[in-house]
Design a protein. Structure first.
Length: 193
């Protein structure tokens, strides 16, 4: 198993038409969002305008989770959906998509045969959680949206602060324990290549 922590000060905000975005992780190494040559990409974004249109991304599948605020997503000629905190919508990048409302969201983009799932967990101060990583999972990534955590994976201790990312690759089946050091909200991404 390979592991890495990327701390929040390494993420640089960049503007998009509706607000700002932070690229958290892109794979493979050297991949570029603008060239759309990634297998998967994780990012957060703020939606700061009341109405915004999403960039068309043909060949890319998207999962969007609201972290703060609420938005109504509208996929032209398909459906509309209201998203509140920790709600997720899955859609294709070539759909004409717009949003109403302001929020902070978490995005997983995948291409080709790559697939992924998102889930959110809220832990109260001093709460412990045991979690098992699926055998089929190639990448297991924790983004700490708020709070502070201590994670024990096979006696490897990792501390995460707000905005940090813990990346595990080639996980196999693993158990790990999470202990919150204060009220914490985390997003888990499980990705299969």
């Amino acid at each position: 198993m390979e592991s890495k922590i990327i701390t929040s000060e390494h993420f640089k905000p960049s503007p998009w038409s509706g607000g700002t975005t932070l690229e958290l992780f892109i794979h493979p190494p050297g991949a570029d969002y603008q060239q759309r040559n990634f297998q998967f990409r994780l990012s957060t974004a703020t939606v700061e305008t009341e109405k915004s249109d999403f960039t068309l991304l043909p060949g890319i599948s998207r999962k969007l989770m609201v972290l703060e605020g609420s938005i109504s997503l509208s996929h032209e000629d398909r459906y509309s959906r209201q998203l509140e905190k920790f709600d997720i919508d899955s859609f294709e990048g070539d759909w004409k998509t717009s949003s109403l409302g302001k929020c902070t969201d978490f995005n997983l983009m995948t291409s080709g045969q790559t697939a992924g799932e998102l889930s959110a967990i809220f832990l109260e101060n001093e709460q412990n959680l045991r979690h098992k990583i699926k055998k089929s999972c190639d990448w297991f990534i924790i983004y700490l949206f708020s709070g502070k955590l201590r994670i024990d994976i096979n006696n490897m201790i990792a501390n995460l602060n707000k905005g940090d990312l813990l990346i595990l690759n080639k996980t196999g089946a693993r158990n790990f324990e999470i202990k919150s050091l204060e009220n914490s909200e985390l997003v888990i991404s499980e990705i299969n290549l």
